[in-house]
Design a protein around this ligand. Structure first.
Ligand code: DON
Length: 325
């Protein structure tokens, strides 16, 4: 990093002035008080809508963050691209996509539907993510107990984040499981259509899905995970190869087309970057070969995306030429 600095070869050479521009966008978005905090479980309903944090990590390890970047939040659906990435890396794309499709569903993230082949449409919606959890539990190192698989997944999340510790919010996990009628309905519907691999333990697979949603980290940590995706699977902080480049390409392709709920098409059009949002108000945004970004603000629009997070991305591509096209 130091020799690059001397040679003035950073991926963003003027990082300080770049950071100033990010700061301006941050303050502009802070004025946006639109949106409502998720209310389906008490732990999320109690979140202050005032929280607002943005963290950036470039592929050569330059970092900038502003606002509430050290407050932990549960990953919720921001975990979906991460579990999908691990499954791809462990099993290969053909094995994973024998069970889950690659098409946007064009419907709500928790809608009770399967595609024409009786598979969930993609891994970024609930049905697809539940199925990916079943693949991780049943086909990846099948000898592992659920407890071991939880540790394995958390360790992989931590490797993606450059060794940062992850937390687990047990109250959120218990509430998720309690408020999960729709997710159980999706699970049973998929079981009826024989979507799961043989030997799947339904109860363990559902618990594992809720556990992945309940893993906890802050903006700074999630930005490093996004940066690892931006850097083709090599963590910019540790230089460890955590994922293969093919897995990362597949994850980013589906984040691009399906990562922002029913706003994915408009987001791809206006922002042109792979991203994944969650009901926690977090957003994981990837600028391939440049940087990873995490934004977090719990106020959600009526499609379930963080109002400030979406505005931030739209302002970002107005200022900088990051739109892929
Ligand atoms: O499955 C659920 O209801 C949540 N734990 C995750 C929700 C979420 O972030 C929606 N994303 N697609």
């Amino acid at each position: 990093i130091i020799s690059r600095a001397f040679r003035h070869q950073f991926i963003i050479p003027e990082f300080q002035s770049f950071s100033k521009e990010i700061e301006e966008i941050y303050w502009k978005c802070k004025d946006n008080t639109d949106g409502k905090v998720a209310s389906y479980i008490p732990q999320l309903a109690r979140m202050s809508p005032n929280y607002w944090g943005v963290s950036i990590c470039t592929i050569d390890g330059q970092k900038f963050s502003i606002g509430d970047v050290n407050v932990p939040f549960t990953l919720q659906s921001c975990s979906k691209p991460l579990t999908y990435a691990i499954a791809l890396d462990q099993l290969g794309a053909d094995a994973v996509h024998a069970y889950v499709g690659q098409e946007p569903s064009g419907r709500n993230f928790n809608e009770l539907i399967l595609d024409h082949n009786k598979k969930p449409h993609n891994p970024m919606i609930n049905a697809g993510a539940i199925l990916v959890c079943a693949l991780l539990k049943t086909l990846v190192k099948p000898e592992m107990t659920l407890a071991e698989k939880f540790d394995f997944t958390m360790k992989n999340f931590e490797r993606l984040a450059g060794g940062e510790d992850f937390g687990f919010n047990n109250a959120v996990f218990l509430s998720e499981r309690e408020a999960a009628d729709r997710n159980y309905a999706l699970g049973f519907y998929m079981r009826e259509h024989k979507c799961f691999p043989l030997k799947t333990s339904f109860r363990e697979c559902m618990d594992f899905y809720f556990q992945c949603c309940s893993m906890e980290a802050n903006c700074d940590t999630v930005a490093v995970m996004a940066a690892t995706l931006a850097n083709a699977g090599i963590c910019p902080l540790t230089e460890e190869k955590v994922l293969g480049p093919e897995s990362v390409r597949d994850v980013l392709s589906l984040m691009h087309s399906c990562g922002m709920y029913d706003y994915s098409g408009q987001f791809a059009f206006k922002v042109g970057l792979p991203a994944k949002s969650g009901v926690c108000g977090g957003m994981l945004v990837v600028i391939p070969n440049v940087m990873g970004i995490c934004t977090w603000s719990p106020g959600l629009d009526n499609l379930g995306n963080s109002c400030r997070g979406v505005q931030f991305c739209e302002e970002l591509v107005k200022k900088f030429n990051f739109h892929r096209y």
